[in-house]
Ligand binder design. Sequence first.
Ligand SMILES: *Cc1c(COP(=O)(O)O)cnc(C)c1O
Length: 430
Amino acid sequence: MERSRSLQRRAESLIPGGVDSPVRAFRSVGGDPPFVDRAEGAYLFDADGNRYIDYFGSWGPMILGHAAPPVVAAIREAAGKGASFGASTAAEAELAQRITQAVPSIEKLRFVSSGTEAVMSAIRVARAFTGRNRILKFEGCYHGHSDALLVKAGSGVATLGIPGSAGIPMETTQFTTAIRYNDLAEVKKVFAKHPEEIACVILEPVVGNAGTILSQPGYLEGLREICTRAGTLLIFDEVMTGFRVAYGGAQALYGITPDMTTLGKIIGGGLPVGAFGGRAEIMNLLAPLGPVYQAGTLSGNPLAMAAGIATLQALADGGDTLYDALAETTSRIAHGVADEAKAAGIPMYVAGVGSMFTWFFQGGPVHNFADAERSDTALFGRFHRGMLERGVWLPPSQFEAAFVSTAHGEAEVEATLAAARAVFADIAQG
Ligand SMILES: *Cc1c(COP(=O)(O)O)cnc(C)c1O
């Protein structure tokens, strides 16, 4: 870790905390983060030559594993033709078409460069469409770091123990209401208190940013019904779940049709991409057709579109077989490690769907952020450090989802279970 440590010191002198996104600094698990030199398939290789099985997959995008040959080839070909033009290319409509086919609730969409931008823009359109200001969101759901949405926002914020963020005026969040996830009675109370004021309800249909939390049966249906009745737009933030829990995202998996959807991560194949979309009558409010301004110098970037098209092509080609195999591998890892924990007398609650999951260090169940917060984060930290020492790199926070890729196979499952067994044995000895 010598080289990583010295790279971290240099980075700290130039970049706050040495990182461009706070959770990368390992503050909640301790120790210095390895610096990545390269990655291939299921593995990350650090600056000191160590190899790790990767379970955070760049926080979600790398569902095909790292440096997947068709994605690398597509990026190379696009790069040879020029990195950016600031004018339209055929690739944008091609990726848009693949997305609308996979997610039929999206009739039209627009590309941006991050999930944060996608959500921020979707909210603007929702407010314009309804002529209302208020946003209803849920504790533990993260929707990017834009001002109005950084209220009780899970993961990064929770990990650092900061309530929201400094630098956001009260006036900016006065129209944001944040309530407990998985509780329809709470939702009804807010609607009763603010009739005809709520522009949109936004949520992660499977929470990933508080650790993985599944929506309870009937919850999404209930939200759909309440929103329809109130003339409020239902926005599914599928930046993480889109093309992850199913090709068509959580809305396909659970059979719920939102009014708008935000996407990111997988649709960019590892390059910076976000998208927001929905019914045409809503999206047609965007300039140049309508009065809602939204723009981006690098939006629809040709390299990013190429990486996204290659990724969705591989996922579509793999079809149900690919998603079933992913879920099977994930289940073996998630439940296999939990069995090892139980054998060592360590309470553990597993939550997961498809190829995303979380090991909560507690007995569970976990239905909302307050439940997640009951986890033993110190124990999680020990587990994380022990696994890293044994060549398994987990997301460095109890409140983040882990991801499995199509490159994870039998060898990685076995190595992960063996590492966990050794770490739990150490922990059990005190
Ligand atoms: C990652 C994520 C975002 C933010 O996306 P960025 O590309 O990091 O800005 C928004 N919503 C959800 C659900 C996410 O998982």
